[in-house]
Design a binder for this molecule. Structure first.
Ligand code: NDP
Ligand code: 2IT
Length: 448
């Protein structure tokens, strides 16, 4: 059967089985488009229905999170944990607290996580969870009560050898602390059940930096294939949270100039570049004051463009680091028309299918999220290893391991993604590279 028809038939079944979960359909289709032809050439995966099995979560946990706000009013949120695949290790993946969270969003994230975690070379299965809780505008006490209620149900489903959550949008060091405290209290056990912990209580050096650093290391590796580097490049970054901050730090350190940052309300354009001192202000603004990126424009007298995304700004390298579907087809065309030739994704699925087609048609250096942002979960894996040893590595040791992992992921993408003309399709490379290890483990473990 022709590949187009194979994909159509496969997706019709996925959509029928998972109605309305549009982000999930999108993530599955992107993978299936490259994996189905590979499976045709490797029939052992076909008869065992590996791709169909990978798409069905091993377990989905859905629960109520009741909590009381500062006014004494009862609030109710939804809680989720998708335990997607445990073929190569315990379920592993972040928790997202954001009002847009629903089953389809978390299933897309858990699905991507399976392939990403496999690419890291570390023994981690895939999972994702979270809540439709909105931390914006909530007091620390409200966030704590919410986290305690969330963990009061989640604790019975997770464990250091079962399922190890971490942060994602809306979940950073503060939330991981409250979640860990409640887990320890309920289980009377101090274990590495979460990653992204504080350095004094089982965390790893470089975990906060890891996603953004890894994203830039991956861009540097892609540039190297053309004898080029990040030095002197103009970069546009979206978001201003954890990933965006450390992506900006590393890009600047490697000699690039980051000229934009954004949040859900708009973006700032600073043509002089966001240097060390300005980045320190952003970290304070976002992590301590929990303010808006527009305040940066007021402080430094630069332009703030409300209600828009930064892809209209001329750049060499785009580093999307906010959320899914934040670059559409028209924005991708605009990026390329302005000379952009590298896209390295810190966010998960930030480019729409139309945007990806634009990159692939133009044969630019495009690093999809499941490869380019794998540094975060990779250092989570290193945090788990340090917790098991009851011992910690230095900053330099962890950073060196992170860099090596990003290089290995890049090499794996080349192995499966290099075309005859020498151009590397990193989408195909990452998907097949991530798939093979999980698929072989599933074959070895029987029909489970
Ligand atoms: P944070 O919560 O620290 O920051 C999120 C940033 O993205 C904020 O600036 C936020 O703006 C913006 N944002 C969130 N939702 C939207 C939206 N719907 N539209 C526009 N802007 C939005 O999260 P992280 O930095 O941790 O995560 C960013 C991305 O990176 C996500 O896609 C996440 O899945 C991915 N990722 C994160 C990893 C990690 O280790 N943290 C690892 C790998 C990937 P605002 O404040 O206005 O909401
Ligand atoms: O999307 C991701 O890879 C993360 N949010 C990090 C997951 C983790 O377990 O560190």
């Amino acid at each position: 059967m022709a590949n187009d028809q194979l994909l159509k038939d496969f997706m019709a079944k996925v959509i029928a089985k998972n109605p309305g979960e549009v982000e999930y359909h999108q993530a599955v289709e992107e993978v299936a488009a490259t994996i189905l032809p590979f499976i045709e050439e490797n029939p052992k995966y076909k008869t065992a229905k590996i791709l169909e099995r990978i798409g069905e979560p091993e377990r989905v946990i859905l629960f109520r999170i009741p909590w009381v706000d500062d006014k004494g009013e009862v609030q109710i949120n939804k809680g989720y944990r998708i335990e997607m695949n445990s073929a190569i290790g315990p379920y592993k993946g972040g928790l997202r607290f954001h009002p847009t969270v629903n089953l389809g969003v978390l299933k897309f994230l858990a699905y991507e996580q399976v392939f990403k975690n496999s690419l890291t070379t570390l023994p981690m299965g895939g999972g994702k969870g979270g809540s439709d809780f909105d931390p914006k505008g909530k007091s620390d006490a409200e966030v704590m009560r919410f986290c305690q209620s969330f963990m009061s149900e989640l604790f019975r489903h997770i464990g250091p050898n079962t399922d190890v959550p971490a942060g994602d949008i809306g979940v950073g060091g503060r939330e991981i602390g409250f979640l860990f405290g409640q887990y320890k209290r309920l289980r009377n056990e101090f274990t590495g059940v979460l990653t992204g912990k504080g350095i004094e209580w089982g965390g790893s050096l470089i975990r906060p930096e890891a996603t953004g650093y890894g994203q830039v290391y991956f861009a540097e590796e892609m540039l190297k294939t053309r004898g080029d580097s990040m030095k002197g490049k103009i970069c546009t970054v979206s978001g201003s949270g954890n990933v965006a901050q450390y992506c900006t730090e590393k890009a600047t350190e490697l000699g690039a100039k980051v000229v934009t940052l954004s949040d859900s309300q708009g973006y700032i354009y600073d043509p002089a570049g966001i240097n060390k001192e300005k980045l320190e202000y952003v970290m304070w603004l976002k992590n301590v004051k929990r303010g808006r990126i527009s305040e940066y424009a007021e402080k430094y007298g630069v332009e703030y463009i409300a209600g828009k995304r930064p892809w209209e700004v001329k750049c060499d390298v785009a580093l999307p680091s906010a959320t899914q579907n934040e670059i559409n087809g028209d924005e991708a065309k605009m990026l390329l028309a302005n000379g952009c030739f590298v896209v390295s994704e810190g966010a998960n699925m930030p480019s729409t299918p139309e945007a990806i087609d634009v990159y692939l048609d133009a044969k630019i250096l495009y690093g999809p999220g499941k490869a380019a942002n794998a540094g975060g979960v990779a250092v989570s894996g290193l945090e788990m290893a340090q917790n098991s040893m009851r011992f910690g590595w230095t900053r330099e040791e962890v950073d060196a391991k992170l860099l090596q992992i990003m290089k290995d992921i890049h090499a794996n993408c080349i192995k499966y993604g290099k075309d005859e003309d020498g151009w590397v399709n990193y989408v195909r490379g990452a998907n097949i590279g991530g798939f093979v290890k999980v698929a072989d483990a599933m074959l070895a473990q029987g029909i489970v």
